[in-house]
Design a protein around this ligand. Structure first.
Ligand code: HH2
Length: 294
């Protein structure tokens, strides 16, 4: 490798992710995180995996299709979604996590912004916390509660950017410089997590496509993922089936596969290395091909 093609130390840091005892080298191979929503109201799979048996069967299917990680969520965060109580979120997750224990080899992530919920999921075998509020809940000294929990349990984090709350986030979101502001916010959250003792290799950053962003904000973020990767953590993106494809192409939720794959490939080429998707098999195929061209 010549000096010109050697990645900088910062970019090298953005090309590895540590989960449990595993250290993933993301320089030439991205990770696919299969989504399972145990909710009645998620925007694309709401109600489908509510019965624990169905959720577990789907998890096993996504693992067979080649998922590297699975992300289990029990509260919809689609625009306008109503919040769910801690008890309700736990009661949706526990039967699934208990049944999954020992049945799949790949790491589990829990998609929650509530430390109480994350603690229960980590007790039941989850190894990653995917916090769509970007570690918003803080203790009296300003330390993020989720990062303190991650440090205690040796868990990894996906730190996502959201402007406001799901109920109101799509009401005229405004930024001066969306790429810079989202990046600054995520970098500050990562720094706070590192100050809590979380290893930098255990932190992935996600621009939060669709979370308090207009179509143009989403496109701008996707065009400049390399600027987020330059912050020194692996970049995760969730574009799968999202409403930007409805807005751009006039497609219904169940017609967005090709657009989701194209966006994933474009994101890979701009430096994203974790892909949160509903359609695992198709995404794995698309990414494996694109990786051969990196
Ligand atoms: N998107 C959703 C939920 N969690 N987490 C990360 N890190 N990145 C994302 O883009 C992201 C996420 C929304 O998608 P989904 O879970 O399918 O829908 P809902 O929130 O309605 O359950």
């Amino acid at each position: 490798m010549t000096a010109e093609t050697t990645p900088s130390p910062t970019l090298r840091r953005a090309q590895r992710y540590r989960v449990g005892d595993r250290l993933y080298d993301l320089s030439n191979r991205a990770l696919v995180m299969g989504v399972i929503n145990v909710t009645p109201d998620s925007f694309s799979d709401g109600g489908r995996w509510l019965r624990p048996e169905d959720a577990v069967a789907h998890a096993c299917e996504l693992a067979r299709e080649g998922a590297d990680l699975l992300d289990l969520g029990a509260e919809s965060t689609r625009p306008g979604a109503a919040p769910v109580s801690v008890e309700e979120e736990i009661s949706r997750l526990v039967p699934v996590l208990k049944r999954l224990s020992g049945r799949i080899e790949i790491p589990l992530s829990v998609d929650t912004s509530k430390p109480e919920v994350a603690a229960v999921a980590l007790d039941l075998g989850a190894e990653i916390v995917n916090d769509v509020t970007g570690l918003r809940l803080r203790d009296e000294r300003g330390s993020p509660l989720m990062a303190r929990l991650a440090e205690e349990r040796n868990a990894s984090l996906v730190v996502m950017h959201m402007l406001g709350e799901p109920a109101t986030m799509q009401r005229e979101p405004r930024y001066q410089d969306v790429v810079g502001e989202v990046g600054d916010h995520l970098e500050a959250a990562a720094k706070a997590a590192i100050e809590c003792g979380v290893h930098p290799d255990r932190i992935a950053l996600d621009p939060g496509i669709g979370f308090g962003k207009t179509l143009e904000h989403n496109l701008e973020l996707l065009r400049h993922l390399d600027r987020l990767a330059a912050r020194g953590h692996p970049v995760c993106v969730g574009v799968s089936r999202k409403s930007l494809f409805g807005k751009l192409l006039g497609l219904a939720v169940d017609e967005r596969l090709e657009a989701s794959l194209a966006a994933a490939v474009a994101a890979l080429l701009r430096g994203a290395r974790l892909f949160r998707v509903h359609d695992v098999e198709a995404t794995v195929r698309a990414l494996r091909l694109a990786e051969a061209l990196l």
